[in-house]
Ligand binder design. Sequence first.
Ligand code: BGC
Length: 249
Amino acid sequence: MEILGIDIGGTGIKGAVVNTKTGETITERIRLLTPKPATPEAVADVVKGLVEKTGFNGPVACGFPARITQGIVKTAANIDKSWIDVPVEKLFSEKLGREVPVVNDADAAGLCELKFGAAKDFKGQILFLTIGTGIGSALFSNGVMYQGSELGHLKFKGDIAEHYCSALVREQEELKWKVWGKRLAEYLNYVNFLFCPDLFIIGGGVSAKFEKYREQLPKDLNIVPAKCLNHAGIIGAAAYGAIRLGEES
Ligand code: BGC
């Protein structure tokens, strides 16, 4: 199936048409700036503009950086607060004149790793973390996703985990990779205590720098970097769309 996968982020909105059987993008990736302020109506307009730019008339699915429950936005940690309680699937579906499944961005990227990346053919419990401005999480048990986890918001070190070891925190506090890696290790040990996955996958921009902090990570945990890198959100959103539209499992 061919689906236009769209990854909505704090600075950019990216999309490409994906072959959901192979996980390959079959058109150039288009990137538009996220509007400021990123209100629901303004974001929906940019999404529409992106779809029009591709000239694609088929199905569309989106990844979105918040918890989505029954098509409704429930959190707004790193997005405009006006998104809370917005029925995002309805908004986008009406704007685009077709049914648009919307999934949490980390769940989307995790699904990409499960189907086409670091966890392809892996059997067991998987915890995927995407580490960027915030920390997003996705949980899988033997190929089935437990949707909507928010493990970046676990209470940790007197605050929440994403305020301690996100990529943004590393940049803002100008932490050396080794120092940041130790923070990440503390967090991974805690998450392991709670969920004990067979495999951890580290996604987001820091996955490409894995060698810089690998030595600091707990040796007794099975931790690998993500493989899908930049396109994970787009491909994962499309893969989710194929499941929701009843074309794939
Ligand atoms: C949000 C998550 C999101 C993650 C990555 C967190 O702050 O709460 O829903 O997946 O950032 O964008």
